[in-house]
Design a protein around this ligand. Structure first.
Ligand code: GCV
Length: 717
């Protein structure tokens, strides 16, 4: 008996030792299993040197030594051994005369301040790989790229790569509260241990910075946009300074969210009116204090006059007056203000879709040069599918920054496998037509369309203190995709998924091909079982988990799902054409053409723009009701397809993550049926039409679904 117990304990310890808990993200650096390739790499890589002495270079040296040793299964210690025999040289022209001499061959003029070149070059009679950049951070990014080539088993014989980021600000927005809850966070509590900072430094801060640097993220806003002014007090700023010091070598700048009423709340002033001298002085002083602690502080991210947050309108001022006041406070220190355009008001009877545009377009050209306006990808709120926000293209004199949501608030949270790169790409590749055909959203936000030097993209983080950071093993792919697309928005979803899978799981081709296809289809599958053909905002109240299209009793009309789907005895959908709210007029004429006419409207956005009779016949000859049924059933069946494909992967990857994903997929399948049946039973009370023949009948009643409650659902913040 004793022996059995001991053996089980030993096995448990062993399995824990070998556990793949997901902590290592995509930086696992497991030894390359293909022996022929391993030998090739070992032959090609000898005595790596990373030239320089800065903190960033030290990080780069460490990463390269660790990555190579681990991937190649033999010790590599950067900057030791024979420099003459070295075949991997990393550095900048300033630090290395070899690199300086080769700078035109390496094309360093093309890589700017953060980019890099990786090239195989014959040098002094020896073939060498150079990882070169104009700056130390460029060297670190290049080293991460090089390690990725090995992790993904790419050839390295004849490298000739030049890479520079398309966007300057590549950012994560944490919605983390000071009490460590995370608004819309589904992966545990905040990783910022405010209480024990600055004295206690969780090693996780360094791993977080490494992970971000490995995908090019160079800015993080630490706190919730529903801001708490306490973070601007001295004792918290000292904690922030500690984080900023840790992140600096990894090229990451820290931003804070600023509560507009802070001068009154913590500054003892009677007002926070942006035109008041004492308020202006307070912010100027606060900026001076912050920059004395954190010289490279990024600036403030501000949610104002939205969902109850204070803002300039409380004092009869507009967004530009509020933003500019803060911009002047940080300007002497090269700081910027990121002002969010996520505004809507219940006192405004206008379609919520139109409100941000109506408030912001008249302010175009009125913001100071160090203000960016951050716009969510769509006009409502991070739905499974939204047409792009009409502000893109409509404010040419203002740098607009993209705000995506990485945390899956409305997309199955940390339970559903949904790969978001296709959603991000769909928006980035949408044509605003603001300057004729080809005026893509991507070109608005990278500044190339309207010649802005400030430009960027942010994602609301999905990171928490769960051991695997993001809750769902596949949710890590969304953090990864945000970074890679911020660096280069022309990358395909497929390429990003391919890299992420290889780095996070295995290079096994059959696993990669199957699971990549699952990932690429997963977003569309989720749209089908949650919000097909343009339905939106029909999820449960408050926690936003699960379906609740019947909710109609909330004080604010635009918080009720019935406001959005408008189902009645005639049909379903929100008429946003000229005969309805006319939100469509906010788009340029060519974009309007995609959606304006019910007969030609892209079906994926049909109910977003039209109220459509239940028996209206679509191009595929189904009625709208039948199409809804088809999509809901198809979406939920497709989750079973995902499960089937996943089960075939047993043994190809570690058991621990295999099991985690398997269990989560089973919940996803149940929840897809919940979405399907709850929504169809509810909409059927209006359509009065039967399910098409052959469809399995729901086995629960609408009443059953209406009574479900989730009092402790996560993410409430
Ligand atoms: C931080 C949605 C979310 C809120 C969030 C808000 C925002 O409404 O449900 O939790 O608040 O967006 O983006 O400001």
């Amino acid at each position: 008996m004793k022996r059995v117990l001991l053996t089980s304990i030993l096995l448990l310890v062993l399995s824990t030792l070998q556990a793949e808990d997901g902590y290592r993200l995509w930086l696992r650096y497991d030894k390359i299993s293909n022996t022929a390739l391993l030998n090739k790499y070992r032959t090609a890589i000898k005595f790596p040197f990373v030239v320089g002495e800065s903190e960033t270079i030290k990080v780069a040296q460490h990463e390269l030594s660790m990555g190579l040793s681990s991937l190649l299964g033999t010790t590599y210690q950067s900057n030791t051994g024979s420099i003459a025999a070295s075949s991997l040289w990393c550095g900048t022209p300033d630090q290395s005369s070899e690199i300086d001499n080769l700078s035109s061959v390496l094309q360093l003029s093309k890589v700017g301040d953060e980019g890099y070149a990786i090239a195989s070059i014959a040098n002094n009679g020896k073939k060498r790989i150079f990882i070169a950049a104009n700056t130390d951070i460029g060297v670190l990014y290049g080293i991460f790229h090089f390690l990725r080539l090995l992790q993904t088993n790419q050839p390295i014989e004849n490298l000739k790569l030049v890479s520079a980021p398309k966007l300057k600000l590549r950012m994560l927005n944490h919605w983390d509260n000071l009490n460590r809850t995370v608004e819309r966070g589904y992966a545990g509590f905040s990783i910022w241990d405010w209480h024990r900072l600055p004295g206690y430094i969780d090693p996780r801060y360094i791993d977080y910075a490494r992970a971000n640097a490995s995908i090019g993220i160079n800015a993080v806003s630490l706190t919730n946009v529903n801001a708490n002014a306490t973070v601007l007090t001295r004792s918290y700023l000292e904690k922030v300074k500690t984080l900023a010091d840790i992140f600096r070598p990894y090229g990451i700048k820290v931003f804070l969210t600023a509560r507009f009423s802070a001068p009154a709340e913590i500054g003892g002033l009677k007002t926070a009116d942006p035109l008041n001298d004492s308020v202006q002085n307070w912010w100027a002083e606060k900026a001076r204090e912050i920059y004395s602690l954190i010289p490279d502080f990024g600036g403030f991210l501000v949610k104002a006059n939205s969902e109850g947050q204070p803002g300039p309108q409380n004092y009869g001022r507009n967004h530009a007056e509020g933003a500019n006041m803060m911009a002047r406070a940080v300007d002497p220190f090269k700081g910027i203000i990121i002002w969010r355009a996520f505004v809507y008001s219940n006192e405004n009877p206008e379609d919520r879709h139109k409100q941000a545009y109506n408030e912001f377009v008249p302010l175009d050209g009125k913001f100071d040069k160090n203000v960016m306006v951050q716009v969510k990808n769509g006009a409502i709120d991070f739905m499974p599918r939204e047409p792009f926000h009409p502000l893109f293209g409509a404010m040419p004199r203002t740098p607009l920054m993209m705000e995506f949501q990485v945390t899956q608030e409305y997309l199955g949270q940390a339970t559903h496998l949904v790969y978001l790169a296709p959603l991000f790409k769909e928006v980035l590749e949408s044509d605003t037509y603001s300057k004729g055909k080809g005026s893509l959203v991507a070109r608005v936000i990278d500044g190339s369309l309207d010649s802005h030097t400030l430009n960027g993209m942010a994602g609301v983080a999905n990171i928490g203190n769960d051991i695997n950071w993001c809750g769902h093993p596949f949710a890590q792919a969304n953090w990864y995709a945000l970074g890679r697309l911020s660096w280069d928005h022309s990358l395909s979803s497929e390429q990003i998924a391919d890299d992420w899978l290889r780095m996070s799981f295995t290079n096994d081709a059959s696993f990669i091909n199957t699971i990549k296809s699952v990932m690429l289809k997963s977003r569309e599958i989720m749209v089908n079982y949650m919000n097909p053909i343009g339905l939106h905002h029909i999820m449960g109240t408050g926690h936003h988990y699960g379906p609740a299209p019947w909710v109609s009793n909330l004080n604010r009309p635009e918080w009720n799902p019935v406001y959005y789907h408008k189902a009645d005895s005639v049909g379903i959908g929100f008429n946003r054409t000229s005969t309805g709210s006319n939100a469509i007029a906010q788009y340029f004429p060519e974009a309007q053409k995609l959606w304006n006419d019910i007969n030609t409207c892209e079906e994926k956005n049909l109910l977003w723009f039209h109220h459509v009779p239940w028996n209206y016949i679509l191009k595929n000859k189904r009625t709208v009701w039948d199409e809804l049924c088809y999509r809901y059933y198809n979406g939920s069946e497709q989750v079973n397809w995902i499960i089937k494909e996943w089960l075939r992967q047993r043994g190809k990857i570690d058991d621990q993550r295999f099991e985690q994903v398997r269990m989560l997929l089973h919940i996803q399948a149940e929840e897809a049926i919940w979405w399907r049946d709850a929504c169809l039973l509810y909409f059927q009370t209006f359509s009065k039409m039967p399910l098409p023949p052959g469809y399995e009948q729901p086995n629960k009643t609408l009443d059953y679904y209406k009574k479900l409650r989730f009092p402790f659902a996560p993410g409430g913040g």
